[in-house]
Each structure stands twice: as C-alpha cells, then as structure tokens.
Design a protein around this ligand. Structure first.
Ligand code: G3H
Ligand code: 13P
Ligand code: ZN
Length: 328
C-alpha cells in the first residue's frame, strides 16, 4: 500500500466523522516528527509539498525522504503506513504535471484567484491529466486571506465560497475534493486585532468564529463529497509565548480554535491543512534550546528536541483535533 491516493481515506473519514491531517513538509526532521507520531497512533497521513518547499529541498529529496518514512514504518514498527503525497497550492498545469510525473499521488490546482470559468478550465485540464495517471485532484473555490512564501492574499481580496457555485464547479471539473473558504486563513497572523475581540484576562486575541453556515450549505449541495480546509493552524499560544520569551517577536499571532476544527472534522471536512503550527513548534523548541545551551553548535543537539516537539504537536492534533488516530 504505502503511497496511496486519498480516495479511500476520504471516504472512511467522511463516514467516520473525522479528518485526515495534511501536514506541510520541508526537510527530514519535519517528515520524521510527523510520521513518527502517525506510526505510533496508527493514523493515515497526507504529507504535502508546496512550490516553495520544492524549491527549497528539491522534489527528489522530499520524495525519497517520504519513501524512507514508509520503509521505516514497515521495518521498525511492522506497519503499512498509508501516506498521500500531495502538491499543495499548485499554481500551474506544468507544476501539477511535474509532480504527477514525479510520483505524487495527489495534486492541488489552486486557481481560486481567477474568475469562475477560468478556474474551471485549468482545473479540468489538470484533472484530465491526473486521472489518466491515477492521481487525484484538489481544487479551490473562494479565497483565503493570509501570507506565506508563495501564498499572499490580503484580507480585502479574500472572499467566502459561494455555496451556489460548488455543484457546478465539481461537476464540470471532475475534481476529487474541494477546498473552501469559511474564515480560515494562512500563516501565524490569521486575523487583525480589528477582526477579533480581546480576552480581558490574558490580553490575547479571540478570533471570529468560522462560517459553519457556509460549510453546511456546501455539504448539503455536495453530499458525501470531501471538503478541505486550508489555513487551519491553531497557533498554540504556548509556542508563541516560548518564542517571545526566548528572543522572538510574534505579537498577536492567532489561529483557529481547535474545537472549531474538531467540529468541522465531524462533518464534511475530510482534510485539514497544518503548516504554521509545525513551524511554531520547531522554532519555539530551537529558541528554547539555544537560550538554555548557548554553547551548543551541533545541529543534532537542537534538531533532536525540535523533531520531538513536532512529533508531540502532531500527536495532539491527530487525537484531539482530527480524530484520525487508530484509523489506518
Ligand atoms: O499554504 C501554504 C503553505 O503553508 C506552504 O507555505 O509556500 O511558505 O511553503 P510555503
Ligand atoms: P496554516 O498556515 O494555517 O498552517 O495553513 C497551511 C495550509 O493551508 C497549507 O496549504
Ligand atoms: Zn493552504
């Protein structure tokens, strides 16, 4: 089994009221931290690679590292870990094709910033090529706000998904899953102070709730169809506090409350994307290590606890947010 498409995973997740975690990977320690948690908890997994990750680490390194994780699960735990290798935010047919040709089992074509008809046209082209090669396709309708390496959308340019569009889009493109915009956002600064209220006791920002009314309306129009949530890091405040304590500067970093993601996972949402929380766990751990061991300079000394921090954070998500532990 090993590297699989998400078809079966999503079907079981939809019926079982849980979601699969889609974690972004950029290097060996991140892949190891995530997969070690999934192996221990017997959780199905999506490892996703952005255009920026591919530019940073090279396609072949990431592919071989993921294959190594599958082999390691088999050899050390006797476990056939099902992993989907997914292109995150593919922005062109050529990029999607290159990932399909290079062994990915799933790609996202993200043309949500284009007009409806143009989004349909390019998505359909990717779907035709992908399906011919046994690969599945995620598409997107509606635009999330947020800033990351290759993704940069201002709050004014973001827009919720229109439920009245989803059926026609899915039918005409043939896509296998659909990312929608219901108020999540990319990065560690998901909301401005203006969009939030402030907790009087902690002084922390409290974000506006997700638009479950839109999600319900989409699910009604696409019964049984897997929905994807991007921008779903929760920006755990213990990591933000650690980063700030040990020399970092991340004021007002705020994410999506975990209970709301759990609620989404119980319904039509089958894939939940998490990247920023991996970055925060790793950075908080490394900052703490450097502060406590200023004499250390061997990368293994700080990457070992960094990898462990990722593993612990992912384990928490698999059990308490996604509910996919024991489902592999
Ligand atoms: O949604 C985007 C992902 O978090 C990837 O970010 O483009 O900085 O690798 P990146
Ligand atoms: P976060 O920035 O909330 O982790 O979202 C990641 C994502 O959507 C990757 O596609
Ligand atoms: Zn995303």
């Amino acid at each position: 089994m090993a590297i699989v498409t998400s078809t079966e995973m999503f079907k079981k997740a939809y019926d079982g009221g849980y979601a699969i975690g889609a974690f972004n990977v950029n290097n060996m320690e991140i892949i190891q931290g995530i997969t070690e948690a999934a192996i221990e908890l017997r959780a199905p997994l999506i490892l996703q690679v952005s255009k920026g990750a591919r530019n940073y680490a090279k396609h072949v390194y990431l592919m071989k590292l993921i294959e190594a994780a599958v082999a390691d699960a088999e050899q050390t735990a006797g476990f056939d870990l099902p992993i989907v290798v997914h292109l995150d935010h593919g922005d062109s047919f050529e990029l999607c094709k290159s990932c399909i040709d290079g062994g990915f089992s799933s790609v996202m074509i993200d043309k949500s910033g284009l007009p409806f008809e143009e989004n349909i046209e390019i998505t359909k082209k990717v779907v035709e090529y992908a399906h011919d090669h046994g690969v599945v396709v995620e598409a997107e309708l509606g635009t999330l706000a947020g800033v990351e390496d290759e993704v940069n959308v201002s709050a004014e340019d973001s827009s919720y998904t229109r439920p009245e569009d989803v059926q026609e889009f899915v039918e005409r493109t043939g896509c296998d899953s659909l990312a929608i915009a219901i108020g999540t956002s990319h990065g560690a600064y998901k909301f401005t102070a203006k969009q939030c209220t402030r907790d009087p006791e902690t002084g922390k920002l409290v974000p506006p709730p997700l638009r479950f009314d839109i999600l319900d309306e989409v699910a009604k129009r696409l019964p049984g169809f897997p929905i994807v949530l991007h921008g779903s890091s929760s920006v755990p405040q213990q990591f933000v506090d650690m980063i700030n304590k040990y020399g970092g500067k991340m004021p007002d970093a705020v994410g999506i409350p975990e209970e709301q993601l759990r609620q989404a996972a119980r319904g039509a949402v089958c894939k939940i994307n998490i990247d920023s929380d991996l970055r925060l766990a790793l950075t908080a751990s490394i900052r703490e290590h450097f502060a406590e061991h200023p004499d250390h300079f061997d990368p293994r000394q700080y990457l070992t606890p960094g990898r462990a921090a990722i593993k612990a954070m992912v384990a928490h998500k698999l059990v308490n947010v996604l509910g996919c532990d024991g489902k592999a």
